[in-house]
Design a binder for this molecule. Structure first.
Ligand SMILES: [Fe+2]
Length: 199
């Protein structure tokens, strides 16, 4: 193979690897994992020091109950991280954020296997200007040695995603998630695995 063809083939195969999601070139010109979970806006409703709980539901709610669960992994995209702090907050099904009692807000740490899970309800939708934001749950994920992640998850099929400046971007593609009947009782579940970047 001559030099010109070798370069062409190498570039194509490197691109092919990236398409399948194993490696890509970072700014440092080294190959890094490309699984890192992407950031989203913090929004105006974050409150620190929410109670440590795996159940965000403190008041009575008419919204549909769901469980959100997942694993937090290192930038190699597979090794779990324990003791990662996960803060979550959201509005209720009537699109209201509680700012007094920490209802629908919670904090927890991943277990030995990097796992987390919490019970909540499907959030409602509130206006952003003249458009509704799609239903979403906010996340702040922190652990020593890793970049802080501030993000949001959305739900597949939500008709307000296409209109939303944050949920509609390619950046959010892997955070638009299925709600599925997970167990024999068909409890509704959302799975959100989180991949942190090194600090
Ligand atoms: Fe929000």
């Amino acid at each position: 193979m001559d030099r010109k063809n070798f370069i062409k083939t190498t570039v194509l195969s490197a691109f092919g690897i990236s398409v399948f999601g194993s490696v890509k070139a970072g700014n440092s010109k080294q190959f890094i994992g490309d699984c890192n979970t992407t950031n989203d806006i913090l929004g105006p409703y974050y409150l620190p020091n929410a109670p440590i709980s795996d159940n965000l539901i403190q008041d009575k709610h008419t919204g549909t109950p769901i469980t959100v669960k997942g694993i937090v992994c290192q930038p190699d995209c597979s090794t779990p991280i324990k003791n990662v702090m996960i803060e979550t907050w959201q509005c209720d099904s009537k699109a209201e954020y509680d700012e007094k009692t920490f209802d629908l807000r919670g904090r927890q740490y991943t277990n030995e296997n990097g796992e987390y899970a919490f019970k909540t309800v499907i959030p409602g939708k509130y206006l952003n200007g003249s458009r509704y934001r799609p239903a979403h749950i906010h996340f702040r994920v922190t652990a020593p040695g890793y970049k802080e992640l501030i993000s949001q998850i959305y739900f597949k099929g939500d008709p307000h995603i296409d209109d939303d400046p944050w949920a509609s971007t390619e950046n959010a593609d892997l955070r638009v998630l299925n709600i599925f009947p997970d167990d024999v009782n068909s409890n509704l579940t959302v799975e959100f695995n989180i991949y942190l970047a090194n600090a």
